[in-house]
Design a protein around this ligand. Structure first.
Ligand code: PEP
Length: 249
């Protein structure tokens, strides 16, 4: 059975002190929930976050990693470095990495292979741009992102994959996909995976929605049958908002 997940992507926000404060607030207010709750602080604060959450069910995940095992890659972080500090899940393919850091489908496929080889669970982000949706190409774009990154994997590898459908036009813009648009795309994603692999792979993979999820719209989006939770940017930086989103699931 697939998990419900609510994950907060803190991006390049919160220094060490602010990280500690937010984590303490979150773990103090965390509601009982069937959902897995995750937060992705910046790299320099991951170790502190792991220590802070030692007695909490909130999981610390990374925002990115490199595809090489080690070596001359100035400024980069390896799978082993994450595992070594107790982080075993990593976001890969966020639209900001694609747009600002030139991460192509080919690079992302390499990162996913390295992550899985090292036992790191992958939260793979993908989604169409506004012009793709306007021109009616959104299904095609999403299918090709999935195919390029994930369709060469073995069936078994899918137990370590979480998907986060994030239409780029809805990220940080305040514009959310309607619950119907989210459901339509999530159902399409599941069908595409069932055709490429099988129904059990498709049924068991969690598909999160991301893009301006807030306390006010979370419950309706999460109520859709193929939406298994959310990847939350802005609203995950405010303890009460993130807690309310967790409650919405
Ligand atoms: C994100 O960046 O993954 C995201 C969903 O951001 P926001 O919630 O701010 O739109």
């Amino acid at each position: 059975m697939r998990s419900k997940i609510v994950a907060g992507n803190w991006k390049m926000n919160k220094n060490l002190e602010e990280t500690e404060t937010l984590l303490t607030e979150l773990s103090g207010k965390l509601p009982d929930s069937e959902a897995e709750v995750m937060v992705a602080p910046t790299f320099v604060n991951l170790s502190a976050a792991v220590r802070n959450l030692e007695n909490s069910s909130i999981q610390v995940i990374a925002q990115n990693m490199h595809f090489a095992e080690s070596g001359a890659y100035t400024g980069e972080i390896s799978a082993d470095m994450l595992l070594n500090i107790g982080v075993d899940t990593c976001i890969i393919g966020h639209s900001e990495r694609r747009a600002y850091f030139g991460e192509t489908d080919e690079i992302l496929a390499k990162k996913i292979k390295t992550a899985l080889k090292n036992g790191i669970r992958v939260m793979f982000c993908f989604g169409e741009e506004l012009e793709d949706r306007k021109s009616g190409n959104h299904f095609k774009v999403v299918e090709s992102q999935l195919k390029n990154a994930l369709f060469s994997l073995d069936k078994d590898a899918w137990s370590k994959i979480i998907l986060a459908y994030e239409p780029v036009w809805a990220i940080g813009t305040g514009e959310t996909a309607s619950p119907e648009q989210a459901q339509e795309m999530h159902a399409f994603i599941r069908k595409t995976i069932a055709e490429a692999f099988d129904a059990s792979v498709a049924d068991n993979v969690s598909i999160l929605y991301g893009g301006s999820v807030k306390p006010g719209n979370a419950a309706e989006i999460f109520s859709k049958p193929d939406v298994d939770g959310g990847l939350i940017g802005g609203a995950s930086l405010v303890a009460n908002d993130f807690i309310d989103i967790i409650k919405a699931i």
